[in-house]
Design a protein around this ligand. Structure first.
Ligand code: NAD
Ligand code: DAU
Length: 355
C-alpha cells in the first residue's frame, strides 16, 4: 500500500504521517511538501531512516512533479495548503493558486495515472461560514465561506466532488474544526499565545475575544482521517469536531493558556480590526463520522495541558521559527497593534508541567 501525503511537513500532516507510520506497518509513505514557511522537515526527523518513509520536496502546482509521484500510489491524503486566515486577507491570490489550482493538479493526475486510488481531501469547517448558535451544520449545509482562505478551500472541495461525479474518482472529503497540539506553527491562536506567554510578550486578542471555535486535539483529527481513509464512502463528506459543551470563547482559551503557563492576565492586549470579516462562531454536526465509531479521546483541558508542556519542552523547535519569515509577518501584521510587543515582566514563574 503506497500512500502519497501532501503537506506532510506541516502541523496536521506531520502528526498524521507519524500516526500512519506507527499504526499501519504495511504502509509505504511518500510525503510531498514544498516547505513553505509553514513546512518544517524537523517535524518528522524521527522517521528519517525508516525504509517505509520518503520525503520529496516539490510543489502540488507542478504537474510533472505530481505525475511522477501519483503514478503507482494506492491512496492520497491531501493536506498541502495555505492555511492561515490572516495571511489570506493580505495575499488571497496565493491561496487560490495553492488551494484551488494545486488540488486540481492532484485530481487531474489521479484521473490519468491512478484512477482507482483513494483521494482524501482534508477540508475545513470554515466553508460553512459564520454559524449562529445553536445551529450545527451537517454535511449538506450551504457553503458560505467568509475569507479568501475558506473560499479557496470550498473551491477545492467542489472540485473533489466534481471529480468523483464526472470521472468516478474514489474521492471523499473531511471537514474539521480548529486543531491544536504539538508542531503547530506559532501564528494560529493557541501556539501563538503559548509562545508569547512563555516569552512574556503581549497576547493580541482580537475583537473582544467573544468568538467561538470548536477546538480538537490534533491526534483525534488524525485518527478520524485514518478511519475515513479506510472506511469512509466515496463521494461523501464527513464533518469532524469535538462538539465542546459548553462552547468555549477565545477569551476563555486565553485564560486557560495563561493559567497553564503561570502568566498574568495583564499580558492580554485587546486589538481591533486585524481580521476583516472575522467569523463569530464555527460549529459542525458530527453524527455521520461518529456513526463510523469515532469520538474524540482528548478533552480540551488535557489537550491544552499536553500542548503547553510540549511547547515548554520544545523551545529548540519554535525558537528558530520566531525569526526570519515569521518575524516579518508578525511585525507587519501586529506591529502597530502591539507596540513594542514586550509586555510587563510576570510576577510568577512558569509552572506548566506534564502533569
Ligand atoms: P500548515 O500550514 O501547518 O501546513 C501546510 C503544509 O503544506 C506545509 O508543510 C507547507 O509547506 C505545505 N505546502 C503549502 N503549499 C504547498 C505546495 N504548493 N506544494 C506542496 N506543499 C505545500 O497547515 P495545517 O494547519 O497543518 O493544515 C493542513 C490542512 O488541514 C490544510 O489543508 C488545512 O486547510 C486543513 N485544516 C486545518 C485545520 C487547522 O485547524 N489547522 C482545521 C481543518 C482543516
Ligand atoms: O476551523 C478550522 C480552521 O481553523 C482551519 O481551517 C484553519 O486552517 C485554521 O487556521 C483555523 O482557522 P481560525 O481562523 O479559526 O484560527 P486562528 O487560530 O487563526 O484564529 C482562531 C480565533 O482566534 C479567531 O477567532 C481569531 C482569533 N485570534 C487569532 C489570532 C491568530 C486572535 O484573537 N488573535 C490572534 O492573534
Amino acid at each position: 500500500m503506497r500512500i502519497l501525503v501532501t503537506g506532510g511537513c506541516g502541523f496536521i500532516g506531520s502528526n498524521f504521517v507519524r500516526l500512519l507510520h506507527q499504526e499501519r506497518p504495511d504502509a509505504e509513505i511518500i510525503n510531498l511538501d514544498l516547505l513553505t514557511y509553514a513546512g518544517n522537515p524537523a517535524n518528522l526527523v524521527d522517521l528519517e531512516g525508516s525504509a517505509r518513509y520518503r520525503f520529496v520536496r516539490g510543489d502540488i502546482r507542478n504537474p510533472e512533479q505530481v505525475d511522477a509521484l501519483v503514478e503507482g500510489s494506492d491512496a492520497l491524503v491531501h493536506f498541502a495548503a495555505e492555511s492561515h486566515v490572516d495571511r489570506s486577507t493580505k495575499r488571497p491570490g496565493e491561496f487560490i493558486e495553492t488551494n484551488v489550482y494545486g488540488t486540481y493538479v492532484l485530481l487531474d493526475a489521479v484521473r490519468r495515472l491512478a484512477p482507482r486510488a483513494r483521494f482524501l481531501q482534508v477540508g475545513t469547517d470554515e466553508v460553512y461560514g459564520d454559524v449562529e448558535f445553536p445551529s450545527f451544520p451537517d454535511e449538506n449545509a450551504v457553503l458560505l465561506p467568509s475569507s479568501p482562505y475558506s473560499a479557496s478551500k470550498a473551491g477545492a472541495d467542489l472540485q473533489v466532488l466534481a471529480a468523483h461525479r464526472t470521472f468516478g474518482l474514489d474521492a471523499l472529503i473531511s471537514r474539521c474544526t480548529n486543531n491544536y497540539g504539538p508542531y503547530q506553527y506559532p501564528e494560529k491562536l493557541i501556539p501563538l499565545f503559548i509562545v508569547n506567554a512563555l516569552e512574556n510578550e503581549a497576547l493580541p486578542l482580537y475583537d473582544g475575544g467573544t468568538q467561538v471555535r470548536d477546538w480538537l486535539f490534533v491526534e483525534d483529527h488524525c485518527r478520524a482521517l485514518l478511519l475515513l481513509l479506510e472506511r469512509g464512502s466515496a463521494g461523501e463528506i464527513y464533518n469532524v469536531g469535538a462538539n465542546q459543551d459548553p462552547e468555549v470563547s477565545n477569551r476563555e482559551i486565553t485564560r486557560l493558556i495563561l493559567e497553564l503557563t503561570g502568566r498574568p492576565e495583564s499580558l492580554i492586549r485587546p486589538v481591533e480590526g486585524l481580521r476583516p470579516g472575522h467569523d463569530q462562531r464555527y460549529a459542525v454536526g458530527t453524527q455521520k463520522l461518529r456513526a463510523l465509531g469515532w469520538s474524540p479521546e482528548c478533552d480540551l483541558v488535557e489537550g491544552l495541558r499536553r500542548t503547553v508542556a510540549w511547547y515548554v519542552e520544545r523551545r529548540d523547535w519554535w525558537e528558530p521559527i520566531r525569526s526570519g519569515e515569521y518575524r516579518a509577518f508578525y511585525e507587519q501584521h501586529y506591529g502597530q497593534a502591539l507596540g513594542s510587543g514586550k509586555a510587563a515582566a510576570p510576577k510568577r514563574a512558569a509552572k506548566a508541567s506534564n502533569s
